[in-house]
Every structure is written in C-alpha cells, then in structure tokens.
Ligand binder design. Structure first.
Ligand code: APR
Length: 239
C-alpha cells in the first residue's frame, strides 16, 4: 500500500522536543523574527547560530518515541512517504528512509547565498551547497564553493518552501492512506497539504487537540501520538 505520513511538532513532543504553539514552546525566550527570519539573521547572526546550536544539541540528546518507531515498522511492510514539518531527525533515527523535511534539517548547514529553490538560482546552480553539521557553525565558516557564510539548513519565516511539485503530485495520485499526526496544520504551505489529499480513500488524523474544522473526511484519533500511532499501525499491518 502507498501510505503518506504528514507530521508536525506533536510527533516529537513525547521525545522531549516541545511544540511551537503550546505554552513552553520553542520560541518562548526569543521573538520568532529574531531567530527564524532572514532579517533576524542579518541583524544578529551570532544569536541565530547560538539558538540553532542549542536546538541541535537538544535534539541529539532526545530519542525517537514509539510513534517514530511505529512509522519505521510500517515502512518495512509498505511504501511509506514521510512529509514532516519537523527539523529534527528522529524519524531517520527510528529507521525511516523516505523523509521529506519541508522546513529543513537541524543536522545540516547550507550556504547563506546559494541554497534556495532551483528556480531562484538564476543559472548559478553550481554553487548550491549543503552538508552535514559536524561542529557548531561559526561566523567565518565559509561555503567551499563561493566563500559565503554557512547558516543552518532551516527554512525561515518569509523563505520559500521547496514543494517538489512533481513528486508531490505523484505522491497524491498514488496515496491510498494518509495519516496526519501532531500538527496544528495552520502554517502554509503545509496547511494546504490536507485538502490536496482529499481524494485519498483512507485518511486518519492523530492529535490530542485536533482541529475538527480542518478535518472533514478524516477518521480522528484523539490522543498522543506515542499511544495512538502504534495502535493504528498495528491495525494497518493487519489490512
Ligand atoms: N501527540 C500528538 N500531537 C501532539 C502531542 C502529542 N503527544 N502533543 C501536542 N500535539 C499537537 C498539538 O495539539 C498541536 O496540534 O501537536 C500540534 C503542534 O502544533 P504546532 O506547535 O503548531 O506545530 P506544527 O504544526 O508542527 O507547526 C508547524 O510552524 O512555527 C512553525 O516552522 C514551525 O514547523 C513548524 C510549523
């Protein structure tokens, strides 16, 4: 079966990574525009680097929870495509191979100048640069291709998300089961994904506080991902 799992911060809450909009969320001590926007980066790059270095350390200490492992188990038996808004790598660490990170990855760095979408490169594709983070990024760390400053491989507010149109259309067409988990589904363009899967025959949504208004046509499983997702996966494995 072709299964799509669309996840948000709630998938990783039980691993110890707080969600964005719940109280105690990640932005609490910082204004979003200071640490997650191109303007914030221009104003104070050191603050941004420190913020993401802390998040990198924090996620490295966290472990995948039963929900991540359930998805990895499902992927052993079916074709599973993960579309996640999460920048942590807990799905990969649980054993998932097919993970599309809409908002980037905390364990990667990219060139501050040449990292965006192909259509923006204006012919300068040669300079695209991304790599694994091996030590905290420092001011002065240069892109080996053009000398630009390296920055976290995160899609900040105001920056375009690579929606991989062709791949997404193929995924929508082939999807037989869609599972949304742990997302308020309020932030675009991710918010636009739910209606795109309206023709998918079987649709589930797992969240302790589901937004019923957005979830017409979904079977809603109200509760924490770590409890609900393994149960759903067990059921799907018997289908
Ligand atoms: N299991 C499942 N869901 C949970 C759990 C849990 N244990 N705990 C909380 N949730 C749910 C909340 O009820 C909420 O619906 O997770 C959701 C988290 O919502 P948000 O904090 O809005 O996170 P998300 O939807 O991932 O946000 C999207 O917004 O700020 C940006 O770039 C950021 O990727 C992020 C995007």
């Amino acid at each position: 079966m072709n299964i799509v799992i669309f996840s948000g911060a709630g998938l990783s809450t039980e691993s110890g990574i707080p969600t964005f909009r719940d109280s105690g969320g990640l932005w609490e001590q910082h204004r979003i525009e200071d640490v997650a926007s191109p303007e914030g980066w221009k104003r104070n790059p050191q603050l941004v680097l420190d913020f993401y270095a802390k998040r990198f350390e924090k996620q490295a200490e966290c472990l995948p929870n039963p929900a991540h492992f359930a998805i990895a188990e499902l992927a052993k038996h079916h074709s599973v495509i993960n579309i996640t808004q999460n920048i942590d790598t807990l799905l990969e660490r649980a054993g998932c191979e097919e993970v599309w990170h809409l908002h980037g990855r905390i364990d990667q760095q990219k060139c501050e100048y040449h990292h965006s979408l192909a259509f923006e490169y204006d012919g300068d594709l040669e300079c695209t640069y991304r790599s694994q983070i091996t030590a905290p990024i420092k001011l002065g760390d240069e892109c080996p291709k053009c000398g630009g400053q390296l920055r976290p491989d995160i899609v900040w507010f105001g920056e375009p998300v690579d929606m991989r149109e062709e791949f997404l259309m193929k995924t929508i067409k082939q999807a037989e089961i869609f599972v949304g988990v742990g997302t308020s589904a309020l932030v675009y363009p991710a918010a636009g994904l739910l209606p795109m899967f309206r023709m998918t025959p079987e649709k589930y949504f797992i969240d302790p506080h589901p937004n019923y208004e957005l979830l017409n046509g979904f079977t809603i499983l109200e509760g924490p991902a770590g409890e609900r997702l393994p149960k759903l996966v067990n059921r799907l494995l018997l289908q």
